[in-house]
Design a protein around this ligand. Structure first.
Ligand code: CTP
Length: 156
C-alpha cells in the first residue's frame, strides 16, 4: 500500500444546509448534542469529531448537523460548556454566517433547578432563571449553584 501524505488527514464531508459547531471544548460534543436534543432518531445527518487536533485549542470537538439551525437559548447553554465555540450557518454549501458564542449574564427557561424545594420546581408557572458565574450558574430563586455537569440540568 502506498503512503499518500494526503491520506493522513481525515476529512468529514461538507454539509449542504445546516450548522457546523466548531471549536467545541474537547470531549464536550456529546453534551452539545444533548443540549440540542439530538439523539440520532431525528433522521438528519450528524457528523461528530471528538478530540481532533486544533491549532487554537490543542484539541477540539466539531459537530456538523444537517438541516438544523440553533435557537438563542440553545446557544446560551452551549456557551457554558463550550465557551470557544464557533457557530457556522451553512446554506447551499457556503458558510453564510459565523458567530462566536457569547457567555450570557443569565439563562432563562433552559436549565432546571436541582433543588427540589425551589419554587421553580413547584407547579407555579415560573420560568427558571440562573445567573451565570465564573465557574457555574446560580438559581435566582433559591441560590442553588450548579458547577458541574450543567448539561444534565437542561430542560429545553
Ligand atoms: N463546513 C462544512 N460544510 C460546508 C462549509 C463549511 O462542513 N458546506 C465546515 C468546515 O469544514 C469548517 C467549518 O464548517 O470545519 C467552518 O468553515 P470555514 O469558515 O470555511 O472554515 P475556517 O475558515 O477554517 O473556519 P474558522 O476560521 O472558524 O476556523
Amino acid at each position: 500500500m502506498s503512503a499518500d501524505p494526503t491520506d493522513h488527514e481525515l476529512r468529514v464531508s461538507k454539509i449542504r444546509n445546516g450548522t457546523v459547531i466548531d471549536h467545541i471544548t474537547g470531549g464536550q460534543a456529546l453534551n452539545v448534542l444533548a443540549i440540542l436534543g439530538i439523539d440520532g432518531s431525528e433522521g438528519f445527518g450528524v457528523s461528530i469529531g471528538m478530540n481532533v487536533t486544533s491549532d487554537r485549542l490543542g484539541q477540539k470537538d466539531i459537530l456538523k448537523v444537517e438541516g438544523r439551525e440553533l435557537s438563542q437559548s440553545e446557544v446560551d447553554v452551549l456557551s457554558l460548556i463550550a465557551p470557544e465555540a464557533t457557530i457556522n450557518i451553512v446554506r447551499e454549501y457556503d458558510v453564510v454566517e459565523k458567530n462566536r458564542v457569547e457567555r450570557p449574564s443569565e439563562v432563562v427557561g433552559v436549565l432546571s433547578c436541582p433543588n427540589r424545594n425551589c419554587i421553580s420546581n413547584d407547579s407555579e408557572p415560573v420560568a427558571t432563571r440562573f445567573e451565570v458565574l465564573e465557574d457555574g450558574v446560580r438559581c435566582d430563586y433559591c441560590s442553588e449553584i450548579i458547577r458541574d455537569r450543567i448539561a444534565e440540568h437542561i430542560d429545553v
